[in-house]
Design a protein around this ligand. Structure first.
Ligand code: ADP
Length: 449
């Protein structure tokens, strides 16, 4: 009973049966009463009673004593089989008040139905009274009875056929609805069992087509997400392997007395663990940002202050590297709503990248300007620049334009990915412009507080 096919066909058939029953009852009632009235009136007209009543009125000028005509009848022995049935007759005056009848309802007024069915009695084309038939309870003549019976049968047979047709139409409609739903369910089931290539056929009514389209889009996104997840795991394994190999190799060499157990050798191993720790910290931060678990302590922040502070930290390092570090800040910039520590982290990442890829004699400039949506910060260097084919990927996880060089310089390949997440968590945007051998300009803007 839960199946759509059954529910729809039963609903269709039931609806048609209900409508047919109501119609049948209505038609039956109407036909029955109209038929009776027609027959009785016919008979009265044939019997000439109304003519006799008209003559009576013409002679007497009133209806007094007219009931004699009604009871004696002149109805020619009634109608139907053997005259057993007689219609009940009443005579009413022009106002509709009963003035004569054989069963003494004299004085009562005719109701609307009786008035409609009443036969007017005319004298000199003037209505002088009404002859009323009250024959509802009587049996109809055989032929009429048979006719009504046939009519009833016909109504019920037609109703039955229409109900059956309704059920068939219900089944057809349900099937049309069900087929695309079944295909969709199969596709969902396949996907659930790991067949990521499963797609639903887009068919059926618009609503079901829409569900199939959304499902297909979701399945495609799932494939991409799955690939990214696998790539990420492969990348993490790869990134962990390198420092672990260094640590393991050096320890083995010390154990095998190839290297002496000196401060210098232990120092190298320690350095490798520092890199490892940094990588794990970066990964944790990225996953927290991805899952929305990174809490930002936002407050109105003066970016100029932050940039000056961070630049001071890097100035000494730049000097050692022979790189000139300049800060050019526009004093009138609005405050931004941001987490000081997180934005400082982004700036540090951009500055250390700039230092990493800028050779001695180069320049790094940190600027801040008012931006239509807040404050724009740029870190520009005159370093190696980024090749056009690498540009779209620099914010991706573990992406390094120059693999050997970046890793040798201690980069995890996660710095810019984290910066991108942090800036977008603040409602801002980060980007880069670069030219090979001329330098790069990394920028980000944050909305005003
Ligand atoms: P990494 O830890 O390797 O620096 P990032 O995510 O910070 O990772 O940077 C990704 C890659 O973008 C780097 O490996 C490098 O190839 C490129 N890159 C980043 N900053 C600069 C820059 N200032 N100049 C040239 N290349 C850069």
């Amino acid at each position: 009973m839960n199946r759509l096919v059954i529910q729809l066909s039963v609903a269709f058939a039931a609806l048609i049966l209900v409508v047919t029953s109501i119609l049948a009852i209505a038609i039956d009632r109407l036909a029955d009463s109209s038929f009776r009235r027609y027959l009785v009136q016919n008979q009265i007209a044939e019997s000439g009673l109304s003519d006799r009543l008209a003559i009576w009125y013409a002679q007497h000028g009133s209806w007094d004593g007219a009931e004699r005509l009604l009871s004696v009848g002149g109805m020619g022995g009634g109608y139907g089989q053997g005259g057993a049935q007689r219609p009940l007759l009443a005579l009413a005056d022009t106002t509709g008040r009963v003035v004569a009848d054989p069963y003494s309802i004299v004085g009562e007024s005719l109701n609307a139905t009786e008035r409609r069915a009443a036969l007017p009695i005319l004298v000199d084309r003037q209505v002088v009274g009404y002859l009323v038939v009250q024959a509802a309870g009587n049996r109809l003549p055989r032929a009429a009875d048979l006719f009504l019976q046939r009519l009833r049968e016909l109504i019920w047979i037609t109703g039955g056929i229409v109900a059956l047709t309704g059920a068939v139409i219900g089944i057809a409609i349900a099937r049309q609805l069900i087929r695309p739903l079944q295909h969709l369910a199969q596709a969902v089931d396949k996907l659930r069992h790991g067949h990521l290539t499963a797609r639903a056929v887009v068919e059926g009514p618009i609503e079901i087509r829409r569900v199939a389209e959304v499902f297909n889009a979701m399945a495609s996104e799932l494939v991409v997400a799955n690939q990214q997840r696998r790539q990420m795991i492969a990348d993490i394994a790869h990134e962990l392997r390198t420092p672990l190999t260094v640590i393991q190799g050096n320890l083995r060499a010390i154990l095998d007395d190839v290297y002496p157990l000196s401060r210098e050798e232990v120092g190298k191993i320690y350095e490798a663990t520092v890199g490892l720790r940094r990588l794990v910290d970066d990964l944790r931060e990225l996953s927290l940002a991805d899952t929305g678990q990174l809490t930002l302590h936002c407050q109105p922040l003066d970016l100029n202050q932050l940039l000056a502070r961070e630049a001071t930290l890097f100035r000494e390092l730049a000097k050692v590297q022979g790189v000139d570090l300049q800060v050019a800040l526009v004093p009138e910039i609005p405050l931004v709503m941001a987490d000081d520590e997180r934005i400082a982290q982004v700036v540090r990442n951009l500055l250390s990248n700039a230092l990493r890829y800028t050779p001695a004699g180069g320049h790094i400039t940190v600027t801040s300007t008012a931006h239509e949506q807040g404050v724009l910060v740029s870190v520009t260097d005159t370093g190696s620049g980024i090749a056009p084919e690498d540009m779209p990927h620099v914010f991706e996880r573990f992406y390094r334009a120059d693999h050997s060089r970046s890793r040798a310089k201690g980069g995890s390949g996660l710095g810019l990915a984290i910066a991108e997440r942090l800036i977008s968590l603040h409602g801002g945007q980060i980007g880069v412009e670069s030219e090979v051998d001329r330098g790069s300009r990394f920028w980000f803007w944050l909305p005003a507080a």
